[in-house]
Design a protein around this ligand. Structure first.
Ligand code: TRP
Length: 335
């Protein structure tokens, strides 16, 4: 009953690689915080993952690891709807209908499609092109008002809104028009070696990226080698001091203090000592999370039960929207 007054939120994560400190700061932390205030639907978007070639065994394990990590970090399946996309066939079904209401030119303009096509010209598959339409199906099925995403996904949510608007106009009001919500700046964690770019795994340098599953020695080693500057002062200034600012953001996120308090705390502290203390804060944050994650990942029955309940809850909601859509486009409904 209570959920009726809460705004519906939809968001999803692609279980393609291991989760990083950046995934936590940029998305997960928000997801966890929003669980009480909103009616949240969270999806592990495995269907979106296969636009790139993956090893099936690795992919399967990674999907379960991502789910376990989410639960360990505090996503509570009692408070939200948490499910795996491929368990709810309505996503693929609605995507087809939305395909027929999306213009080729519109999809071709998507920045991410253009970038990914350039990055891997030998595998520009139709799925990559259609990726944002499947995303629109994800969002529109649940009648979500708000969609928290990173800056790079904003254009896709806007496309979802345009498709919804077109469908509503062509048939009759069917979909809620979704809006992207971009987390406030400062939550973005950059690479430790390349602090002007996103903390990504694609960098050549192993030390650029810290994974949520990294052991304490690895975390400490990566922070020790973090790039700083030739100055000596610990001050937040993204333009002039990207490395130090990024470390302050990491500290603020994982020690749970504000940036300005962190600046005060480290006033006069040497860079080497500062990097060590940032590493320690991350290790302390990760310690209980990793222990819980290990426990959950070993409990296959529990993970299966969470996925089953989540998929059932999601499928019920999704069916409501899909039945409406089938009726509106003029499909003959089976008795
Ligand atoms: N494309 C998103 C990403 O790469 C993941 C995603 C899939 C998503 N479906 C979505 C995000 C629907 C928001 C809404 O991060």
């Amino acid at each position: 009953m209570e959920t009726q007054n809460k705004k519906r939120i939809f968001s999803a994560v692609k279980p393609t690689g291991a989760l990083t400190l950046g995934s936590y700061a940029g998305a997960l932390k928000n997801w966890i915080a929003m669980q009480d205030e909103y009616d949240c639907v969270y999806c592990v978007a495995d269907m979106h993952s296969i636009t790139v070639r993956l090893l099936p065994a690795d992919f399967r394990r990674n999907t379960l690891d991502v789910l376990a990590m989410y639960l360990a970090l505090g996503i509570n399946p009692e408070k939200c709807t948490l499910f795996v996309q491929s368990h709810v066939p309505a996503h693929a079904e609605l995507a087809w209908i939305l395909n027929c209401n999306t213009l080729f030119g519109e999809a071709k303009r998507m920045t991410q499609f253009k970038e990914k096509s350039k990055q891997d010209p030998d595998n520009v598959n139709v799925g990559l092109f259609d990726y944002p339409v499947l995303m629109a199906a994800d969002i529109l099925l649940y009648q979500a008002e708000l969609v928290p995403v990173g800056q790079d996904q904003k254009q896709h949510v806007e496309l979802a809104r345009n498709i919804a608007q077109r469908f509503n106009g062509r048939y009759s009001p069917t979909f809620v028009l979704p809006e992207p919500v971009i987390p406030k700046c400062g939550a973005k964690i950059c690479g430790l070696q390349n602090p002007t770019g996103k903390m990504s795994k694609s960098e050549d340098n192993q030390n650029n990226c810290v994974y949520l599953a990294d052991d304490p020695d690895t975390v400490m080693r990566k922070f020790k080698s973090a790039v700083t500057d030739s100055d000596t002062c610990i001050k937040f200034d993204c333009a002039k001091k990207p490395g130090i600012s990024n470390l302050l953001t990491v500290y603020s996120t994982f020690a749970g203090v504000s940036i300005s308090d962190a600046e005060k705390e480290f006033c006069g502290c040497g860079y080497a000592d500062f990097k060590k203390r940032v590493g320690e804060a991350v290790v302390e944050f990760l310690r209980p999370v990793q222990a819980e994650c290990k426990k959950l990942a070993a409990d296959k029955a529990y993970l299966q039960a969470v996925m089953k309940t989540g998929a059932e809850k999601a499928a019920r909601e999704a069916r409501k929207t899909l039945s409406k859509v089938y009726r509106k486009v003029g499909f003959v409904l089976p008795e």
